[in-house]
Design a protein around this ligand. Structure first.
Ligand SMILES: O=P(O)(O)O[C@H]1O[C@H](CO)[C@@H](O)[C@H]1O
Ligand SMILES: Nc1nc2[nH]cnc2c(=O)[nH]1
Length: 287
């Protein structure tokens, strides 16, 4: 089996993690990854240290609008957090093992729980643009094609060779999020469902949309799953939310098409509610 490239090795990730910790007084146990257009949550982080990904040697950089590329470390809901304002994606040319770097860095910084958020296209026909989907499970469709960050030599220091994935999304956190949604009057637009990762960067064809619907997918995107695989491999607790920024077109000959500008617009429109959900969850969860 091929050796792991130096940049993905434990010692390198440890170096990155220690370098970040040396720049902040905070010792976060919670990590949050903000998806397309959802980085405004960083404005709620107090007493913060901000580091550009570009200044962290070895960190994957995002080239996509709506992904600021900043690591924000500080206090949210009274708890120390490390928040990623934007993420890198495989379709930008990063190998999946590179997508693993930020999650493993957080783990070696002491993070035990990871929140992931993303913008996603609605596949479930009952969903509407602006709905927030609590992630119950995922399908790693990219993994079916061999794109999986856990492929290659396994370093047991990161986690076991064969990690289970049947309970990837923490049930207690999902229940807490649902009860907060009820209390805040968000129930009409908060769902729970299954996310599927496509590699992208193209949006889906009509037949792909129909296929995803048939196999039980509720929403689809081009990220998140790889981060969750790495986090669960490392024994981290995971919670995820998708903002439905558009409905994936599942009828032939429809004139309108999916586009990233619409994704960012919806992000802006619903981002306050998403921020409220996340920050209240952070405030109330055990860490
Ligand atoms: O998953 P996030 O990073 O939120 O972004 C989603 O939005 C972009 C497409 O508009 C893709 O990058 C897709 O994955
Ligand atoms: N694959 C995919 N990713 C998205 N991200 C936001 N919207 C979409 C979508 O419709 N499809």
């Amino acid at each position: 089996m091929a050796d792991i490239a130096k940049e993905y090795m434990y010692e390198n990730i440890e170096r990155i993690a220690n370098g970040i910790l040396a720049q902040t007084k905070h010792r976060p146990k919670l990590g949050i990854i903000c998806g397309s257009g959802l980085g405004a949550l960083a404005d709620k982080v107090e007493d913060r240290t901000v580091i550009n990904y570009a200044d962290i040697t070895g960190f994957p950089i995002s080239t996509v609008p709506g992904h600021e590329g900043k690591l924000v470390i500080g206090k949210l809901g009274g708890k120390a957090v490390v928040l990623m304002q934007g993420r890198a994606h495989c379709y930008e040319g990063h190998p999946p093992q590179k997508i693993a770097i930020p999650v493993r860095t957080m783990k070696l910084m002491g993070v035990e729980t990871l929140f992931v958020t993303n913008a996603a296209g609605g596949i479930n026909r009952d969903y509407k643009v602006g709905d927030i989907m609590i992630m119950k499970d995922h399908i790693n469709l990219a993994g079916f094609a061999g794109i999986n960050p856990l492929v290659g030599n396994n370093d047991d220091k990161f986690g076991p060779r064969f990690p289970p994935m049947s309970n990837a999304y923490d049930r207690k956190l999902r229940d807490l999020a649902k009860s907060i949604a009820k209390e805040k009057g968000f129930e009409p637009f908060v769902r729970e469902g299954v996310y599927c990762m496509m590699v992208g960067p193209n949006f889906e064809t009509v037949t792909e949309a129909r296929f995803l619907n048939i196999i039980g997918v509720d929403a689809t995107g081009m990220s998140t799953v790889q981060e969750v695989l790495v986090a669960r491999h490392a024994g981290m607790r995971v919670f995820g939310m998708s903002l439905i920024t558009n409905m994936v077109i599942s009828e032939y000959d429809v004139e309108s098409v999916a586009n990233h500008a619409e994704v960012l617009e919806t992000g802006k429109a619903r981002s306050k509610d998403l921020q409220t959900l996340v920050s209240t969850l952070v405030e109330r969860m055990d860490l």
